[in-house]
Design a protein around this ligand. Structure first.
Ligand SMILES: Nc1ncnc2c1ncn2[C@@H]1O[C@H](COP(=O)(O)OP(=O)(O)OP(=O)(O)O)[C@@H](O)[C@H]1O
Length: 437
């Protein structure tokens, strides 16, 4: 984040009582907007445990499928789940224990046979493929990481990391080479000869991750992989995953019951309750607009200051002027808009600076042709991707709104102190920090 020193003359503060607009989000928050076909599509997916396919179909056709499944001695684990995962997206499935997260995840590679619905991997409905084809898809397209990595205790870290390649029939030298490369990526380079018991819990999880990465599958399924780790190690692992994902952009479905974790790593989050989807949206949108009380309950534990970014709070600047406007005309527009300062941008919306009425007045006296002689840089600026926690201290110290730029330096708008306070209001003690900063 870059910032400049605030001085006296600044564009007039936006009134902080303006109605808050909803945060604008990227279309679906997916990593790749160009993806023509989603990597994974679930349509009308349902799972009834403990019943035959025929009994399950009957229960699902009933008015109350949950009750019907229970009456027949089964259990409705997931009901009519629809979702699409874009190629390269980190898609998180979140919910309380028993909400059906793993049920959905395991239907993606048919470890759980769906009772109804379609599951397309790269356009191919895997609920309809032969066992032989299913094996091929599992081997070539889908990797899986579990909460307990179940490493082989008597095999070295390297052999454990190479295991997925071994079962795929890759020659030994190649698989050990790939395993070493994967271990390097997860920060375990040089530990290949050790045995699992010589590693800490966090390191063992890294071996599990290396095992999945060594195969380099286009799709990775992760079932609460970090849940058994203590908070600091867990955070490290999340950071590692985010870093790897930035490099690989691998289509990943990640199950967690922790919304903070979901926010930290996910492009979008699918919130589940009692086998159904209650909300599917980018994390910040869920925090800003929880779909119901159940989601609100999760959201209340979230550190909003670390989740919401300037882009989520930005509103249009009151007055933006082109650079080639005359000082006289600029003054007229300031008057019309009842402000004493304005942003000046070039034809590509790049922010050049701010002009204020007193500087413009002195320019008109000097008969200057355009406003460029009056430009000042006396404003605080933040990047659209900066999280609120990193800039809220600036908002607390001044009355003018913060200027929000994208990474090309284009002016997106402003974030007011009021917007920050309201975004954090139902959250945590950070609110008090802004108010008193
Ligand atoms: N093999 C099974 N037979 C019967 N019921 C099952 C089976 N597997 C899961 N269930 C039930 O289906 C429901 C959803 O389970 P699932 O494991 O998908 O939930 P989850 O959200 O992943 O929970 P957790 O975080 O505890 O793993 C639970 O009530 C669970 O008891």
């Amino acid at each position: 984040m870059s910032e400049t020193q605030p001085k006296q003359s600044q564009p007039e503060a936006q009134p902080e009582t303006q109605p808050e607009t909803q945060p604008e989000t990227q279309p679906d928050g997916a990593a790749s907007e160009e993806a023509v076909r989603p990597a994974i599509v679930g349509r009308g997916l349902s799972k009834v445990y403990g019943l035959s396919q025929r009994q399950a179909a009957k229960a699902l056709a009933a008015d109350d499928p949950r009750a019907a499944a229970a009456a027949a001695g089964g259990y409705l684990g997931a009901h009519e789940i629809d979702f699409e995962v874009a190629t390269g997206e980190m898609f998180v499935v979140m919910g309380l224990s028993g909400s059906g997260k793993s049920t959905v995840l395991r239907m993606i590679n048919r470890l759980n046979e769906p009772s109804a619905g379609e599951l397309l991997i790269d356009g191919e409905d895997i609920t309809k493929v032969s066992d032989q084809r299913l094996r091929e898809i599992r081997n070539n397209s889908i990797g899986m990481v579990f909460q307990h990595f179940s490493l082989f205790p008597h095999r070295t870290v390297r052999e454990n990391a190479a295991y997925g390649l071994k079962v795929r029939g890759i020659a030994k030298s190649e698989r050990l080479e790939k395993a070493d490369a994967a271990l390097e990526r997860v920060g375990l380079g040089g530990r290949g000869d050790q045995l699992p018991h010589e590693l800490s819990g966090g390191m063992r999880q890294r071996v599990g991750l290396a095992r999945a990465l060594s195969v380099d599958p286009p799709i990775l399924l992760m079932d609460e992989p970090f849940s058994a780790l203590d908070p600091l190690i867990r955070r490290d692992m999340q950071d590692l995953l985010v870093e790897l994902q930035a490099q690989d952009q691998r289509t990943t479905v990640f199950v967690t019951h922790d919304l903070n974790e979901a926010m930290r790593i996910g492009d979008r989050v699918m919130v589940m309750r009692e086998g159904r989807v209650v909300q599917l949206a980018p994390g910040p949108e869920i925090v800003a607009n929880p779909a119901d009380d159940y989601v609100s309950e999760f959201v209340s534990d979230v550190d909003r200051a670390r989740v919401l970014s300037a882009a989520d709070l930005v509103r249009p600047a009151r007055l933006v002027l082109p650079e080639d406007i005359s000082p006289r005309e600029a003054l007229r527009r300031l008057g019309d808009n009842e402000v004493n300062g304005a942003f000046v941008t070039d034809s590509a919306d790049k922010l050049l600076g701010v002009v204020t009425d007193d500087r413009l007045v002195s320019l008109t006296r000097r008969r200057a042709k355009d406003v460029s002689d009056a430009l000042g840089d006396d404003y605080h600026q933040v990047r659209d991707s900066d999280v609120v926690g990193d800039f809220m201290h600036l908002a607390g110290k001044q009355v003018v709104p913060l200027t929000v730029l994208d990474d090309e330096g284009r002016l997106l708008g402003v974030v007011t102190r009021g917007a920050i306070l309201s975004a954090l209001s139902t959250a945590n003690d950070d609110t008090t920090e802004v108010a008193h900063a």
